[in-house]
Design a protein around this ligand. Structure first.
Ligand code: NAD
Ligand code: TYD
Length: 379
């Protein structure tokens, strides 16, 4: 039985990773450490926590004493660090929190793991490590900065972040690599492109657009909508992390992406047309609409679900133009490939949101409306 500390797993990708791991492996024990910020929701993982194979601890990755205690109790073999402040727009409003959680939190986890896992010294004075342990940092393609119309990020692309979020993630990556170089710590890093799928908090583009369409609200597209992101279905990211933690080479970085580059305007239009088509094909889905207009035929009208909902708003400051990943290394070394085509993944995602309106209500019942008004009223 391998014991994992999985941080930030009450959020989007971490929760999907927990579900993926519990389904895929019988021989894993997962301890979730999550501070339950606005982005973390216990309801997301409630059905996974059984106190046998999956445990939950509420707490901060910066809390040294707590993380120490968890290492003593659960004797972790692996740390997989998802915990982070993850939204670029929020990082523009409040950079300091991003530096605190994303950099110092990572450094704290590395340090506690080092204390727990080092079992001696070699002839040159380098620490020696308990066999089979590994620290894995979940990073992002945003650390590479932005691309023009051509080219891809490879693992050799220089780090050149632009937003406070990406700068904090890049710094964390460098701290991880410093622990590798200085202490020979067994570490790996994955840098993934934009994820989409179930349990995505509706402040990020795709879930926000779905939520707004269902409510009959305007769909805010920053600038002219020409910025490009490389979208990956979240389960494909989880598969990549599992592979890298178990078979990736120590000290290595692996880029993860599925060659699904689309402009934001394309994404918004595709989401509109997919929702409309799903509701045409299956009128039962129309019950999920918050805006209910009954047509002359007595059916719930959906003719208003069209591109007129799109509204171009003020651009994000320092908005990166294009991200695109070259996943050759993880493909060649570990045999990873993305299994879900965007056309299928977006239908699965929308279907999930249509069937989980209660989850959306729950996670947006707190300060969400205040956030939305502050973020979008001046745009
Ligand atoms: P998220 O915002 O949905 O979830 C983050 C989780 O971390 C939340 O559950 C939150 O409560 C928790 N958290 C925040 N601060 C904490 C702290 N101090 N201590 C403990 N827990 C804390 O984020 P996500 O989209 O799931 O991203 C997870 C990771 O993947 C992040 O490190 C992010 O940088 C990286 N990543 C995200 C994407 C993407 O498209 N979303 C792409 C590539 C990489
Ligand atoms: P986002 O989901 O915030 O991810 P990231 O900034 O990490 O790539 O945004 C994806 C793209 O969508 C990005 O180019 C900004 C844009 N965007 C909008 O146009 N409107 C919105 O309301 C949001 C949240 C994002």
């Amino acid at each position: 039985m391998k014991s994992y500390l999985v941080t930030g797993a009450a959020g989007f990708i971490g929760s999907n990773f927990v579900k993926y791991m519990l389904q895929k492996h019988d021989d894993v024990k997962l301890v979730i450490l999550d501070a339950l910020t606005y982005a973390g929701n216990l309801g997301t993982i409630a059905s996974d926590i059984d106190n046998e194979r999956c445990f939950f601890v509420k707490g901060d990755i910066c809390d040294c004493g707590l993380v120490d205690d968890l290492f003593a109790e659960y004797k972790f073999d692996y740390v997989v660090n998802f915990a982070a402040e993850s939204h670029v727009d929020r990082s523009i409003e409040n950079p300091q929190l991003f530096l605190q959680t994303n950099i110092l939190g990572t450094q704290n986890l590395l340090d506690v793991a080092r204390r727990a896992w080092v079992n001696g010294k070699d002839k040159l004075g380098y620490p020696t490590w308990r066999k089979g342990v590994r620290y894995h940092q979940v990073s992002t393609d945003e650390v590479y900065g932005a691309l023009g119309a051509e080219g891809y990020f490879t693992e050799a692309t220089p780090i050149c972040p632009h937003s406070p979020y990406s700068a904090s993630k890049a710094s964390a990556d460098m701290v991880v690599q410093a622990y590798r170089d200085t202490y020979k710590m067994p570490v790996t890093i994955t840098r993934c492109s934009n994820n989409y799928g179930p349990y995505h908090f509706p402040e990020k583009l795709i879930p926000l657009i779905i939520k707004n369409i269902l409510a009959g609200k305007q769909l805010p597209v920053y600038g002219d909508g020409s910025n490009v992101r490389d979208w990956l279905y979240v389960e494909d990211h989880c598969k990549a992390i599992d592979m890298v933690v178990n078979s990736g080479r120590e000290g290595e970085v692996y880029n993860v992406g599925g060659h699904n580059e689309k402009t934001n305007l394309e994404i918004v239009k595709l989401t509109i047309s997919t929702i409309r088509k799903m509701m045409e094909d299956n009128p039962a889905y129309r019950k999920a609409l918050k805006k209910q207009v009954v047509g002359a035929d007595g059916q719930i009208d959906i003719s208003w679900i069209n591109d007129d909902l799109i509204t171009f708003v003020k651009d994000r400051l320092g908005h990166d133009q294009r991200y695109a990943i070259d996943p050759t290394k993880i493909k060649n070394e570990l045999g990873w490939y993305s299994e879900t085509r965007f056309e299928d993944g977006i239908v699965k995602t929308i279907e999930w949101y249509l069937n989980h309106q209660d989850w959306v209500e729950q996670v947006t019942s707190g300060d969400y409306q205040k956030y939305y008004d502050e973020m979008y009223s001046n745009r």
